[in-house]
Ligand binder design. Structure first.
Ligand code: PLP
Length: 354
């Protein structure tokens, strides 16, 4: 008879039949070139530590930004280096952030007993209130965390305002700018704070291959900082030993693949246009989005209930963030899946309001 396979059945992608729009992933990746590189790197290098590939990626990033390898720290996605930065900073003082931002990594110190993140209310438009953030910096502050464009709002700050803030604030404390969604906006170079690192300000910038590059499952991210800050943050991690051949190969193959990046961005914007049309057609509003997700205002609806009724249609989205009970985040995905969200919206809203 047949011998049972010793390899258990395993699912790598979304469960069949499910529209997965809950995690800001990008299903248009990995690119064809990345897939080819993953196979080659795994076959030739899977048995070996990934040091040479890590050096190649460092050189590519360094060349793009006119910096040196010593200004870059790579990790398995940007989450580890963001957490290390928060942990390192928490030895110096409290972490200061807006009320609404991607706070997962900056919560690492408080989970280990450090004081909680000091949170500054967002403005009425749900922007980060930079003036209030600056005013809140004092001797007890160890780091300010800015996420731009921000998650879950999708909003972007005016670049001149953010630049002024970073210059002023970094004279008092370390400023961390998480730019996970930078490549998805119009004119990314206009919005990045990397030039401030080069100019010697106490600013660190985080980037990732998880978003426009479509490599969330391949785990590659990086931090750009002064040599001193890179050194200090690296002490919390194991650097190259946390990297893998397949992920590095995918990142290297995608980094300068302009045709793929343009395609990826077009698909994400196509999805966002569909969502924005549906939002309007259903009498709702949403924040303008500079990312691959949309923050929808459900009016007097409840985002957790909306998540549940959407899940009944096998459309997965997010529930409530903090106290923002009527705000619902939907990530872009395959166009057919975005269409399922759009098509399910009238019924789900009716159920929610019933
Ligand atoms: N930064 C922001 C703003 C995010 O939204 C996310 C993930 O959603 C990350 C960082 C972490 O991504 P990764 O660890 O895959 O680089």
């Amino acid at each position: 008879g047949a011998i049972a396979s010793p390899i258990p059945a395993v699912t790598y992608g979304p469960s069949p039949g499910v529209a997965k729009l809950n995690a800001n992933e990008n299903p248009f990746g990995p690119s064809a070139k990345a897939l080819e590189a993953i196979t080659k790197a795994s076959a030739e290098g899977g048995a070996y530590y990934a040091y040479p590939a890590a050096m190649t990626l460092l050189d590519m990033i360094a060349e793009r930004h006119g910096i040196s390898r010593k200004n870059i720290s790579l990790s398995a996605g940007s989450s580890p280096i963001l957490s290390y930065t928060a942990l390192a900073a928490s030895k110096k003082g409290k972490i200061l952030g807006p009320d609404l931002f991607w706070d997962t990594t900056s919560k690492a110190p408080e989970k280990q007993g450090a004081p909680e993140i000091v949170r500054i209310p967002n403005t009425a438009e749900l922007d980060i209130d930079l003036d209030a953030m600056y005013a809140a910096i004092d001797d007890s502050t160890g780091m300010v965390h800015i996420c731009n464009p921000n998650n879950p709002t999708g909003k972007i700050l005016a670049p001149e305002k953010l630049r002024d803030f970073c210059i002023k604030a970094s004279k008092k404390t370390l400023v961390l700018v998480d730019e996970a969604y930078n490549e998805l906006i119009d004119e990314p170079p206009k919005h990045t704070m990397i030039p401030l690192v080069k100019a010697g300000h106490n600013v660190v910038v985080a980037r990732t291959f998880s978003k426009i590059y479509g490599l969330a499952g391949m785990r590659v991210g990086y931090l750009i900082a002064s040599e001193e800050n890179t050194d200090w943050i690296n002490r919390y991690g194991m650097g190259g030993y946390t990297l893998n051949q397949a992920g590095l190969a995918a990142a290297i193959a995608s980094y300068n693949d302009e045709a793929f990046l343009t395609f990826s961005k077009e698909k994400i914007y196509e999805g966002k246009a569909m969502v924005m049309d549906a939002v309007k057609a259903n009498g709702l509003t949403a924040l303008p989005s500079s990312t691959n997700f949309v923050f929808v205002n459900l009016g007097d609806g409840n985002a957790e209930y909306f998540r549940q009724v959407m899940a009944e249609e096998d459309v997965l989205i997010r529930g409530i963030y903090r106290t923002y009970t009527n705000w619902s985040r939907v990530s872009m995905g395959r166009i057919a899946d975005v269409k399922r969200y759009v098509d399910s919206m009238p019924k789900a809203l009716e159920k929610m309001y019933a």
